[in-house]
Design a protein around this ligand. Sequence first.
Ligand code: URA
Ligand code: CA
Length: 439
Amino acid sequence: MRIIDIIEKKRDGKELTREELETLILGYVRDQVPDYQIAAFLMAVVFRGMTDRETATLTDIMMHSGDTVDLSALPGVKVDKHSTGGVGDTTTLIVAPLVAACGGTVAKMSGRGLGHTGGTLDKLESIPGVNIEQPLDRFMDIVRRIGLAVIGQSGNLVPADKKLYALRDVTATIGSTPLIASSIMSKKLAAGADAIVLDVKVGSGAFMHTVEDAKELASLMVRIGDHLGRRCEAIITDMNQPLGLAVGNALEVQEAVDVLAGRVGEEEPLVQVSLLLGAHMLMLSDLAATEAEGKDMLLHALRTGAGLEKLRQMIEAMGGDPAYIDPERIRELCRVKKLVEVYPERDGYLAGLVAEKIGIASQLLGAGRAKKGDAIDPAVGLVMHRRVGDRLSVREPFCTLYVNDDRHLDEAVDLLHQSMTISAEQPASAPLVYAIVKE
Ligand code: URA
Ligand code: CA
């Protein structure tokens, strides 16, 4: 089979067979097919798309291009959640412990932050002692004992995605729904969960900028999951502003601890999205019959402190100091050289925010990386004091920056100002959840 014939077939909009896709993808992983041919193929996919069957087959081939995790030795339904990436989105650290406290089994592999988005692994590592690189048998042992563990992805999971993603990044071929769906789902499926709840973000801080596009991606990922024998659902949530108030690493852990300690109002967006994700995780785990029942179970775990205790147990099992999982002690990890208050330029209403700019501001202070491998400062970042729709006064700060290194401070402050739209009238309130996608 000649590579050029396969590229030509996709260029002409035809459906590729499993054998043809394997020839391309596995050949690429083995360095037998050069970058330029795969780049041409990817661009053909951007213009021609893929059928559902083709996307599922591509996902399956990618998923099996390296190691896969077998969680079958663990009892019950193993459930995972995945967010397509956002700012101030610390739901994993809230939902995973709450679901475990309700009897769920959460065996999760997470990622690091890149660019303006945060990553759960970086947040966990802000707690002294935590080791996110646990061997697989130890990971399984922790899950068996306490019902949850969140670790880094092992070395050889989905090598096809590592190569393809790096190539897509430099050939303007990231923005294709079948390519994004196969990239995300191949990693989720390789990590072994039976059930997956996807949080597909839409808005200025997300990959998908329209609800329409987010629904299409969500539906495709759910169908791929179904096709490959997993239970999958997606919720589509707003990322036009940070989900929580904190943006940073220890600062986001602090916010998660505050939520689990009952210090954050249950009506807050971060809590609402966490409860919704958790309720669907419990439903897919056969532990709750309805969303309302799931939310009740989670609220009970929150109000009794059972969720906070689960997070403490997980941190201890991963080598961390559990004493920090306390709403007072956690604040020690957010100590910085100086706090800088940022004030609005005029009075009015906060009519809009650009989450991406807020994420970049936090990254510039040292909370995120500009490129892979950069060091991060766990204590720095920012805390928002206003949400879209709130009144602003020039006398009241809308944000506090946590600063250790002020080299990029002015730039960060500028970005925060740029991220805001101030209007004289109160804006109409925007939805937090746009849709739930089950197929
Ligand atoms: N996240 C991924 O893992 N892959 C994509 O293609 C896009 C977002
Ligand atoms: Ca389904």
